[in-house]
Design a binder for this molecule. Structure first.
Ligand code: ADP
Ligand code: MG
Length: 246
């Protein structure tokens, strides 16, 4: 199973006009592969992840997760799809201060209507997979930034998601720890067979990923040859602002 984005256009209100954050973007991420998305600040990387996460509805285009196309689904159905099939890791770990590392993971099972106690073995297995087995009983304030990010990644995998979406996980880490986190996400993608999209502005450490695409002004280009990553070729120049009457 996989993640498929087709012809996604997303605009935001911008004064009297609209700002085009994503311009007919297409991306196909097969299960068990990692696509890295690079590009300068403000190019549309987080917007792309928000659409893929079904948190933002695009102006046009479709998102298909696990064979389910989200167009027309209601809020409740989208929330259920997210809980079941989509794991997200955002820049800040957002761990709950009072819970241990293992409990952070068990809460995910609880939110999905399953017993947190029964989820303990899965939590322990995942903490082991991210090198945190010995620290399962620690609370966030007893962990380093890199360790908290590892818990965050393990938590995202708790409900066996089809899709794993990761936004700049290394921004708060030093070079070496950043490399280790990207390496970890790559290994987990292959082992847990997730369709993974990893946004990073750091082009280092990307040698092991399956594909690197770049966002430039809301358009996607393959890094290798600069051709459009998927879908119709990007046309006219740099007309990002549409309908502006200012
Ligand atoms: P990146 O993650 O690559 O830094 P973003 O996707 O966050 O880029 O932003 C792309 C563009 O959309 C930027 O010009 C940004 O200012 C704008 N933008 C992002 N989110 C919003 C929002 N909620 N409302 C209005 N404009 C936004
Ligand atoms: Mg961003």
């Amino acid at each position: 199973m996989s993640l498929v984005l087709r012809d996604i256009t997303l605009t935001y209100p911008d004064g009297d006009g609209r700002l085009t954050a994503l311009d007919r973007v297409g991306l196909d991420v097969p299960a068990g592969t990692l696509t890295a998305v690079v590009g300068p600040s403000g190019s549309g990387k987080s917007s792309l992840l928000a659409v893929a996460a079904t948190l933002v509805t695009p102006d046009a285009g479709t998102v298909t997760v696990d064979g389910v196309t989200t167009t027309g689904l209601g809020r409740g159905e989208l929330a259920a799809l997210r809980r079941r099939a989509i794991g997200t890791v955002f820049q800040q770990p957002n761990l709950l201060p009072s819970l241990t590392a293992a409990e952070q993971l068990q809460v995910m099972a609880h939110l999905d209507g399953r017993s947190p106690g029964a989820a303990r073995p899965r939590a322990v297995e995942l903490l082991d997979a991210v090198g945190m087995a010995d620290l399962a009983g620690r609370r966030p304030h007893q962990l380093s930034g890199g360790q908290r990010q590892r818990v965050n990644i393990a938590r995202a995998l708790m409900n066996r998601p089809t899709v794993l979406l990761v936004d700049e996980p290394t921004s708060a880490l030093d070079h070496e720890r950043g490399a280790a986190v990207i390496d970890l996400i790559t290994r987990l993608t292959h082992r847990q067979a997730t369709a993974t999209v990893l946004v990073t502005h750091d082009r280092a450490h990307l040698s092991a990923v399956d594909r690197v695409v770049e966002v430039r002004d809301g358009r996607l280009v393959d890094q290798v040859d600069g051709s459009p990553a998927e879908g119709p070729a990007a046309s006219s120049g740099s007309a990002r602002r549409v309908g502006s009457t200012r």
